[in-house]
Design a protein around this ligand. Sequence first.
Ligand SMILES: [Zn+2]
Length: 439
Amino acid sequence: MAATALPDTLGADAVALLRDLIRINTVNPPGNERAAQEMLRDLLSEAGFECDLLCMEPDRPNLVARLRGREPGPSLALICHVDTVPAEPSEWTHDPWSGDLEGDYVWGRGALDMKDQVASEATACLALARSGWRPARGDLLFVCTADEETGAHKGAQYLCSEHPDKVRCEMVVNEGAGVAIDYDGKRFFTVAVGEKGVFRFHARTHGIAGHASLPAVGDNALLKIAPLLERLREQPEPEATPDTLAFLETLLGEAPSDLRGALAEIRDKNQLLGDLLASPMLGVTLTPTMASGSGKINVVPSMAQVAVDCRVPPELGEDDVRKRIRAVLGDNGYDIEFIETVVGNRSDFGGPLAEAIAEWVDEVEPGAQVLPLVMPGFSDSHWFRKAFGATVFGFCPQNAMTLDEAVPLVHGADERVATADVALMANCFFELPRRVLGE
Ligand SMILES: [Zn+2]
């Protein structure tokens, strides 16, 4: 069979679908993803996909679309989420739900997170199915989830636990990375191979309650929180994982001799790259976000607490985290209660999907390299690794918009995406399934 040709209108089709998706308000909460999911389902069913809308709540369906292969084999899922974070129209120069096209950009909430990827994955799937292409082995899945922005309880987490047979797959492409970055004269396309775990906790101090008119009586727990907060100006010592070392070695061209030095060098050449990508990868981070003491202004608190958002390299557990906390806060004078613990997970960057991504990068930008990294944040990738041991990469390529241009717009005002990037994404999602699943 001859190789399936890339349709000329692929980029324009993806841009048109993106504009339609932005015009459907899917701000979560409440989400209301149904209209968007039904539009995608109708398009994909007509092109030959078997589609299911699976939901925990009637207005919050997840779409699972499957294009069956000719033989059994490992399946590939292109996943995405159609909900967005809120937007405050008065802060925007374009209406957040206009889908306006101006200055080579599509404007609107979700343009970068992540209706761009929804539209380009769906457009690529439609073009593949309409051309008559079917996987030689394994199935191609398009899974568009609801409820990612508020924790995926009704989205990916629900699909993987309640409908595993519908979404079981061996390889997954999701959001998380893909922006091309220039460093030291070289160009890299980032690929997310893992996400950090989340270990949120309260650090508490204790004292003796008393009347606030008599400060010498009682023992004020709030005053004991202050030194803990002061210590939290420091982060735990940088530490390396195999992913971090691979990242630094690829970026710097050699294995780093010391981590602090490597980080300083990266920051020196590209501050944003250092702060956004390199620094959070180098270990556990501790960020205090809330503090409280007495419930009444005239009562000396017997207990005070600070809430800390703690992010942890993949595969490290509670004992590891406690050690890092003690190294910063000391051994005594407080106690710790974890309020949320999720061990992060990761995939080895290898196998057919990794090869297909690297090959594609080399074709669109000869000489550019793939740069695997671990994301500081959390994504739906987690659930697919956990449920099926799938190889999951975050990859949505962009080379028109730079990292410093895109980052402030995600969850911010005037979110927009370059039409050239939407076309690049559609090209990628058209090519990957054929390379991974066969012509
Ligand atoms: Zn997202």
